[in-house]
Design a protein around this ligand. Structure first.
Ligand code: FRU
Length: 479
C-alpha cells in the first residue's frame, strides 16, 4: 500500500492505542488468516530475523511495521518455540528507538553467548535530506528479554559501497566468528562483505574481504546473505535483486537463490567449488530466507512468504505477510533439500484416503504419490466450476506447473500467473500444506519447494483430482 512517508515514519509514541485497536478490528474480519503459520499481530510482516537457539528454546523475530500494510518504520517482534511448530509472541520488541536505528531496526541475525543473545542488525538512519546512512549495530538480550543496545556502531559503512549495506549474518566457523553483510558497490553491483571478530567479541569486527563466491555479479544489490554448513558443505543463500535472467531463470520480482560449495577459506575470503546457482523456491513468493546452524549442527531455515514492492489482497484488512514453516536443510548430490521439521507431523489429524472433495477446511496436508506414467492435475481451493490453484505434473516432460490465474483474487499479475520447475521423469511424492491462503509444496521430500499465497473467494475450498493417477492421504491439521 502506498502511504505517505510522514505516516510510515511517524514515531511509535505518536500513535494512539485506538489506532492499533482499529487495525486489529479490521484485521479480524479477514477470511484469510493462517492457522498454523506466523502472521503479524498488526500491520506488515517481512523478513525473518534473529533465528537462533538460546536458553533452551528457539528464538525467532520478524520485521514489522505495526501500523498498516506498508514498509514503514521497522521493528523486530520476538517469538519463542520449543518444537519449531508452535510459536508464541513474547511481547518483546527490538524498537527503532536509538539514534543508530532511528529509521528502522532492519534485518539481521542472533547468536547466543553464555547467558545472553546477541542481536546483530542494520540500523537504518536517514538525515534531514532523507539520505540513508546504514549502520551495522548490535544489542544484547538477556534471559528475561531485556534488550540493551551497544553504544557504538559495530561496522560503519565502507567507502566502496552505496547506501545499500545491510542484513548482517553472524556465524561460527571452526570456532571463529564471522559475519556476512549484503551490499551494493559503487558500480551498482551486488556484493557480500565478509568480516571477522578476531577476539570472539561480537562488538569488534575487522574487514576480511569481498566474498568471492564464484558468482559474476549481474544483480544490483544482494540482500539477506546467509552461510550455513551442512555435512561440512558451505551453502550460501541470498537475494540478488536484479539478477540477470541469463544467469538464472526466475519469474518473481526478486529471486531467492542458493549455491552449494566444496569448501570455505575465510582468510582468503573464498567459497570454493560452487554448484550452479539455483532457485531456492519455485513458488510465487518466498524471500529473505534466514538459515542458521543449531548448536547440534542441524541447519534450519524460514522464509518470508511475501515479496518486496507487491501489494497484497490482505492490505484491505490492514495487514500483510506470513512466515513459512520451519524447514530443515540437507544436501544430496550438491542439491539443497528443504523439508518441514519432523515435529510438524504432530499437527496431523487422522489419515484419510486422498479423494476429490467439494469442501475442506483449507487447513490440511496432502501426502501424495503421483504415478510417473501420465499427466496429473490437482486443484486446491476448487470452486464448483473446478477452478482454483492448479498443480499439474507432467512426468514425461519432467515438469511441475502451478497456476493461480483461474480463480481467487488476482494480484501481482504482471509477473504472470504460472510457475514451473523441473522434476525427475518418474513418479514423484508431494507434500502439500494448505493454510487458508498459503500453499507450500514439497516435491520429493524437499528436492523442489514451491511457496505461494492464494486468496480464495466465497469459501472456495474443494480439492479436485482432475486427471491422473494420484494416491495418498489427506490430514486435517490440528493446531
Ligand atoms: C529484505 C529487506 C532487507 C532489509 C529489510 C527491511 O526484504 O529489504 O534487506 O533489511 O527488508 O525491512
Amino acid at each position: 500500500m502506498n502511504l505517505a512517508r510522514e505516516i510510515r515514519y511517524k514515531p511509535y509514541k505518536e500513535w494512539k492505542q485506538t489506532d492499533i485497536a482499529q487495525i486489529k478490528e479490521n484485521m479480524a474480519t479477514s477470511p484469510w488468516h493462517a492457522h498454523f503459520h506466523i502472521e503479524p499481530q498488526t500491520g506488515l510482516l517481512n523478513d525473518p530475523n534473529g533465528f537462533s537457539y538460546f536458553n533452551g528454546q528457539y528464538h525467532l523475530f520478524y520485521q514489522n511495521w505495526p501500523y498498516g500494510p506498508a514498509h514503514g518504520l521497522k521493528q523486530w517482534v520476538h517469538l519463542v518455540s520449543d518444537d519449531l511448530v508452535h510459536f508464541k509472541e513474547t511481547g518483546i520488541k527490538l524498537l527503532p528507538d536509538h539514534t543508530h536505528d532511528s529509521h528502522g531496526a532492519y534485518s539481521g541475525s542472533a547468536y547466543a553467548f553464555n547467558d545472553k543473545l546477541f542481536l546483530f542488525y542494520t540500523g537504518n538512519v536517514r538525515d534531514q535530506e532523507w539520505v540513508r546512512h546504514p549502520l551495522q549495530v548490535g544489542a544484547w538480550m538477556d534471559k528475561e528479554g531485556h534488550i540493551e543496545k551497544c553504544k557504538q556502531v559495530l561496522i560503519p559503512k565502507p567507502r566502496d559501497v552505496t547506501e545499500h549495506f545491510r542484513d548482517p549474518q553472524l556465524f561460527n566457523y571452526q570456532g571463529q566468528l564471522y559475519a556476512l553483510v549484503g551490499a551494493q558497490d559503487l558500480q551498482e553491483k551486488g556484493k557480500i562483505k565478509l568480516y571477522k571478530a578476531p577476539h570472539k567479541n561480537p562488538e569488534k569486527w575487522v574487514f576480511l574481504a569481498d566474498l568471492d563466491f564464484e558468482h559474476p555479479a549481474s544483480e544490483y544489490m544482494i540482500e539477506c546473505p546467509n552461510l550455513v554448513f551442512i555435512d561440512k558443505k558451505p551453502v550460501l543463500i541470498y537475494c540478488p535483486q536484479g539478477l540477470s535472467k541469463d544467469q538464472l531463470a526466475y519469474d518473481n520480482i526478486y529471486p531467492n537463490v542458493y549455491q552449494v560449495f566444496q569448501s570455505f577459506d575465510p582468510e582468503k575470503g573464498k567459497l570454493i567449488g560452487s554448484s550452479p546457482i539455483q532457485n531456492l523456491d519455485y513458488g510465487f513468493e518466498a524471500y529473505a530466507t534466514q538459515a542458521f546452524n543449531t548448536p547440534k549442527g542441524d541447519s534450519l531455515a524460514v522464509s518470508w512468504i511475501g515479496l518486496p514492492d507487491i501489494p497484497y489482497p490482505t492490505d484491505h484488512f490492514d495487514y500483510q505477510g506470513a512466515l513459512s514453516l520451519v524447514k530443515k536443510l540437507t544436501v544430496k548430490d550438491k542439491q539443497l533439500y528443504q523439508y518441514p521439521v519432523e515435529s510438524l507431523k504432530n499437527l496431523r489429524g487422522q489419515a484419510e484416503a486422498f479423494k476429490t472433495r467439494t469442501k475442506s477446511s483449507n487447513s490440511y496436508e496432502l501426502e501424495l504419490v503421483v504415478s510417473g506414467k501420465e499427466k496429473a492435475d490437482i486443484i486446491l481451493f476448487a470452486n464448483n466450476q473446478h477452478k482454483g490453484f492448479q498443480i499439474s505434473i507432467d512426468s514425461q516432460a519432467g515438469l511441475l506447473t502451478i497456476d493461480r490465474g483461474a480463480s481467487g483474487i488476482q494480484y501481482a499479475s504482471q509477473y504472470e500467473t504460472k510457475r514451473t520447475c523441473q522434476i525427475p521423469n518418474e513418479s514423484v511424492t508431494l507434500n502439500i500444506y494448505v493454510d487458508q491462503s498459503i500453499v507450500e509444496i514439497f516435491v520429493n521430500k524437499g528436492q523442489k519447494v514451491l511457496t505461494s499465497r492464494f486468496f480464495p473467494q466465497n469459501g472456495e475450498s474443494g480439492i479436485d483430482l482432475v486427471s491422473g493417477q494420484v494416491s495418498g492421504y489427506y490430514y486435517e491439521m490440528r493446531y
